[in-house]
Write a protein that binds this ligand. Sequence first.
Ligand code: MRU
Length: 344
Amino acid sequence: MEQKFNVHALVWQGQQLAVLDQRQLPEIVHYELYVTAPDVAQAIKTMQVRGAPAIGIAAAYAVALSVQQHYQPDNSVWRQQVAAEIKLLAASRPTAVNLFWALELMQKKLTQVEGSPVEAVIQLAQDIHQQDIAANLKMGALGADILRDAQGLLTHCNAGALATGGYGTALGVIRSAYQRQARHIYAGETRPWLQGARLTVWELAEDDIPSTLIADSAAAMLMKSGQVDWIIVGADRIAANGDVANKIGTYSLAVLAKYHGVKLMVVAPTSTIDFAMQSGDDIEIEQRAANEFLPQCYAQADSLIDAWNPVFDVTPAELVSVIVTERGAVFNPIDKGVGELNNE
Ligand code: MRU
């Protein structure tokens, strides 16, 4: 029962990739079909597909599309064409480390295969996708064990099936916990892009799970009321010391949680951990265009009004109660970081 999810962000269709256009949700459920890597890079950049693991999986399929398009058995020009498109994919979004992790795996495969690489890269992209779902199911069960009978759960952004290969990280834990017993699930709307309001509550409803949407600014009041036991979020990149980059506003929630005695669970596969990065201070934070939330009427050339739009922030390890991965959970990551999860 814990394995149910009805929403799929990415569907491989043999020789093309179907991408659910998340910009149009929840009003319109529309899949865009892609056969070239540059088009997938654009889909990542423009947030048709978003969420760290889903970005990595989309990029893996994009490399497969690139090889499928350019491979020629009788010369090696295709290698340069694929390398150029991998570079393009790497430039699509900077913060989610899953993107670089997946591209590296695909690149490595290309150096190993003899003969036609087409089947091998398609297979690897599909394996990356399936392994992500398997990791999410594992984390779901592990996270739900840790929550025990906690009643009030607040999540931020969308770390669900839409943001991953399927099932979700933070939302996977919430799904698993809810299957065991009913809980009150709160979702922050997540300004400015409204991943919570447009995606999370919709995704939960598609699986018949009820939720309550809150304005981001209502989080302190909600915590003070005693209705939240845990905040459960995903991550875009976790540094070796346990600092966590995630959707802008996560840091604010973590500070509020500390003040109100609420615990903070971060759920992420180990593909989201950047073991080579010592501290969250070194994580590049993506800045997006002012017009994502600046009212159009302020946008003239001579306007005195601009907007600052960092789309991630870094929560220091000292504010994190537990990091749940498919390789196990690290409690109080401030003590020793997450190095023990590195099995390479
Ligand atoms: O800008 P987005 O929507 O790609 O940001 C997504 C998040 O911050 C998620 O919380 C994170 O990627 C984890 S998704 C399992």
